[in-house]
Write a protein that binds this ligand. Structure first.
Ligand SMILES: Cc1cc2nc3c(=O)[nH]c(=O)nc-3n(C[C@H](O)[C@H](O)[C@H](O)COP(=O)(O)OP(=O)(O)OC[C@H]3O[C@@H](n4cnc5c(N)ncnc54)[C@H](O)[C@@H]3O)c2cc1C
Length: 356
């Protein structure tokens, strides 16, 4: 096959942890590799708060403005990757085209890192609860805690899986700290609830459990919320038990965004795209899904993990792996070699014992 001189077009969707890391991997690739690619990063325009700082905002240690970045032309310090501030409306995997508000962008390879959407899986929950993943809600929760005189603060896991597994525990510790600083901790019950049988991580649940016990935070396990009654301020759980609250904060039920679910087979019935853990390839040729939209099956037996937790640090390694796989594709195309979507991937980043 003759060598091909046209550039391989990589389109990255989403400028969060995964997408930005994918863009950085292109920025940091060798000159030879970078010369093979035309790379584009598409992400919703405007200011975006880095959610990972929400517990710090709740504690009053940082202000939301300090952890906000803006997706705007020329932004994010990219030189090799063209930043397109735009909203993705659909992905046409048949014709290898992304449709945005402003137009169409074709791709040879697509790396999707669009995070999650919150959806109404538990009646009443999303309207009643402060969203632990939303920095503005954490500012509001801080205000509500400072105004309240007494009561019960419930920090609930709305459903599994959710991004940032330690978040409910970190949030409960922040609630505890705010109440202590205000000199009124004794007037409050603080309760954490989770559908899981224990705290995270699976290999060391006692760490958070001991910390909660030391701070007088109650812990209710195997507790999947089934409904929230905002009038009577009550959370009911699957086991029929209920808990009255004064303030309710929760991880809201999460799944891959509609634009992803409409384009891809959703093999994880909880609403996520199952990917090959070694390459982040999906069952749809030339589409990689990384980060919170993906289900990455692993077998970390010692850690008791069967899927990778949804966390920025995992989205980042996944992004680097996906870009390595794309570059291998681009090199093969440039050399005139045919490539197969099923071909083994050069980039193996998991220890062999951990591959599911
Ligand atoms: C409060 C909190 C604390 C956390 N703490 C940690 C931590 O300490 N360590 C850690 O590793 N992880 C942490 N996480 C988890 C981490 O933030 C996520 O796992 C990570 O952001 C996932 O990356 P992603 O690229 O999949 O999605 P995201 O980072 O959510 O990025 C998605 C991007 O896609 C864009 N987008 C979405 N839809 C569209 C569309 N239709 N068109 C255009 N653009 C779109 C969004 O604007 C966003 O830029 C935390 C999360 C939260 C909420």
């Amino acid at each position: 096959m003759a060598a091909n001189n046209t550039k391989h077009k990589l389109v990255i969707l989403g400028a969060g942890f995964g997408g930005l890391t994918a863009a950085r991997a292109v920025e940091e690739a060798s000159e030879e590799d970078a010369a093979l690619l035309e790379a584009v990063l598409v992400s919703a325009p405007g200011p975006a708060v880095v959610g990972a700082f929400a517990p710090m905002v709740l504690k009053g240690k940082v202000k939301a403005e300090q952890v906000t970045r803006t997706v705007a032309p020329g932004g994010l310090n990219l030189s090799r990757v063209a930043l397109v501030p735009d909203v993705v409306q659909s992905i046409d995997t048949e014709n290898k085209v992304v449709r945005t508000k402003a137009g169409e962008i074709s791709y040879d390879d697509l790396v999707v890192s669009l995070g999650v959407e919150y959806y109404d899986a538990v009646p009443g929950l999303n309207d009643a609860a402060f969203n632990l993943c939303d920095t503005a809600d954490m500012v509001a929760l801080r205000g509500a805690l400072l105004r309240a005189e007494s009561g019960t603060v419930v920090v609930a896991v709305g459903s599994l899986p959710y991004k940032c597994p330690p978040l409910p525990y970190e949030a409960a510790f922040a609630v505890d700290a705010v109440l202590r600083e205000a000199g009124k901790r004794d007037a409050f019950r603080v309760v954490v609830t989770t559908p899981m049988a224990q705290a995270v991580p699976p290999f060391a649940p006692h760490v958070f459990q001991d910390m909660m016990a030391a701070k007088g935070i109650e812990f209710k396990t195997k507790a999947q919320p089934s409904a929230v009654d905002a009038v009577n301020k009550t959370v009911t759980f699957d086991d029929g038990e209920s808990l009255e609250y004064t303030l309710l904060a929760a991880t809201l039920p999460q799944r891959a965004p509609a634009v992803v679910r409409e384009a891809m087979p959703i093999d994880d019935p909880r609403g996520f795209v199952v990917v090959d853990p070694k390459s982040l390839r999906t069952s749809v040729p030339h589409v990689y899904v990384i980060g919170d939209s993906a289900t990455v099956k692993v077998n970390f037996a010692k850690a008791g993990l069967k899927v990778q937790p949804k966390a920025g640090k995992f989205a980042m390694v996944q992004a680097k792996t996906a870009v390595q796989a794309v570059l291998a594709d681009a090199r093969a195309a440039a050399a005139g070699e045919s490539t197969s979507w099923d071909a083994p991937v050069v980039a193996t980043w998991l220890p062999s014992t951990a591959q599911g």
